[in-house]
Design a protein around this ligand. Structure first.
Ligand code: UGA
Length: 439
């Protein structure tokens, strides 16, 4: 089988490489020549656990190739994935410029039947637009080739994308023709393993499934953050509450961790886009509006605690930050709560010394302010008046606390992910505060 993947971001590249690993011949296309040249030289433009090895292996086998021109690789391809970016417009709606440009390019160059699959996260109704753009380009060219469109949203988590792709919870396939359904069934057969994981549905429902899943997960996080903040008023402990409610299988124990707010390239963007879709149809999504508002406030919670402990005066104070990326095991800084927190710190006159195992390079690009980037966690706390833990990297879990205390000016630890044991830290002489943990 032959497939094309347009867009070599983390979705496109993971999809292409993992499909190639099942023996499919995959051509990955991107208009960004710099990216394609890097990939041709076996260098990856993004970091994703395990991806480099799969890319290299399949390139060596000749099953994975890269290029900038779609037309050049179309011959014999039965499936074409669109996995390009959909950046949010100012009003929160997903910008479909790139997706529709690919549709036009397909319409201009297609020679034989193919299924055009939208993998980018796109609003309901986009596959219909893709179909119209392909047909319009064919009309212009004066050649009608038969094709189908389909929606096949991805549910990958950054940092675990390869693993998620290779053993998915489910594969959602939205089609409106048996032919397209059969082609995609064949392509995904190797991933079915023991459990039947393919869920077929119509195209609009598949598009909606992706947004509903992310919106539900984001809602869980905002709910837990809201509960955590209330716990502090009533002297309850959110960790105990979390264990108590998570034991109910209808609730489940996953994704119930309060923190400094959700970030990344998916939740903030998708929640905004869904709110926008609702508005478009005159149906206000009030729950999601609250989810978003709570998340914005949550990014300030740790900063407000700091103000409280340092008597509202951060002028000239040195604040250490452990963790910059929006979550561990990635260098991604998009919508990372660290950006909001650092901005607030600098504005209040504080100095920031930050350490992240992987995201320092990205942070330098995104933070204009004067931040000192430390080489390790101990250098970051040297002389600090407070330590803020923002990303729960494994290597921050068991630091040498005695050494940390010796280095700090003031032994104040604000734990934005509740990874430390309050009693242990207090017994070592730290002032400790988490998110919704007992004082
Ligand atoms: C998310 C979804 O989890 C994936 O299923 C989805 O495919 C992906 O978006 C996407 O749409 O492409 P991702 O953004 O990579 O994946 O990261 P998550 O692990 O979901 O974390 C998102 C944010 O929520 C992080 O900032 C994390 O710190 C926060 N979070 C997560 C919490 O604050 N509490 C939790 O209990 C879980």
């Amino acid at each position: 089988m032959k497939a094309i993947v347009v867009g070599t971001g983390y979705v496109g590249l993971v999809t292409g490489a993992c499909l190639a690993d099942t023996g499919v011949h995959v051509s990955c296309i991107d208009i960004d020549e710099r990216k394609i040249n890097m990939l041709k030289g076996e260098r990856l433009p993004i970091y994703e656990t395990g991806l480099e090895e799969i890319v290299r292996r399949n390139m060596k086998k000749g099953r994975l190739e890269f290029g900038t021109s779609l037309a050049e690789f179309l011959q014999g391809a039965e499936v074409i994935f669109i996995a390009v970016g959909t950046p949010p417009d100012e009003d929160g709606s997903a910008n479909l410029r790139h997706v529709l440009a690919v549709a036009t390019a397909i319409g201009e160059a297609l020679q034989d039947y193919a299924v055009v699959v939208t993998k980018s996260t796109v609003p309901v109704g986009t596959s219909a637009k893709v179909k119209a753009f392909i047909a319009a380009a064919m009309d212009k060219r004066g050649r009608k080739i038969s094709f189908d469109v389909a929606s096949n949203p991805e549910f990958l988590k950054e940092g675990a994308a390869v693993q998620d792709f290779l053993s998915p919870d489910r594969i959602v396939i939205g089609t409106d023709s048996m032919r397209a359904r059969n082609v995609l069934d064949q392509l995904y057969k190797p991933f079915q393993l023991n459990r039947y994981r393919i869920i077929h549905m119509d195209i609009a429902s598949a598009e909606m499934t992706k947004y509903a899943a992310n919106a539900m997960l984001a809602a869980r996080i905002s709910f837990m953050n809201d509960m955590a903040n209330l716990c502090e008023f009533v002297d309850a402990d959110i960790n105990q509450v979390r264990n108590g409610i998570g034991a109910d299988p209808r609730i489940g124990s996953k994704f119930l961790y309060p923190g400094v707010g959700y970030g990344g390239s998916c939740f903030p963007k998708d929640v905004k886009a869904l709110i926008h879709t609702g508005k478009y149809y005159g149906h206000r999504l009030r729950l999601l509006e609250a989810v978003e508002a709570i998340n914005e406030d949550q990014k300030q919670v740790l900063f407000k605690k700091l103000l409280y402990f340092l008597d509202n005066d951060l002028e000239g104070k040195q604040i250490a930050i452990w963790g910059l990326a929006f979550k561990p095991n990635t260098d991604d800084m998009r919508e990372a709560p660290a950006l909001t927190i650092i901005e607030a710190l600098i504005k209040a006159g504080a100095g920031v010394r930050a350490y992240d195992p992987m995201a320092t390079g990205e942070a330098r690009k995104q933070i204009a302010a004067d931040v000192i980037y430390a080489q390790n966690e101990y250098e970051a706390v040297d002389g600090a008046d407070a330590l803020m833990l923002l990303t729960e990297w494994p290597e921050f879990r068991l630091p040498d606390w005695k050494r940390v205390k010796r280095l700090m000016q003031l032994p104040l630890v604000l734990d934005g992910r509740n990874i430390y044991n309050p009693q242990q830290l207090r017994s070592l002489g730290f002032v400790y505060h988490g998110i919704g943990t007992k004082n």
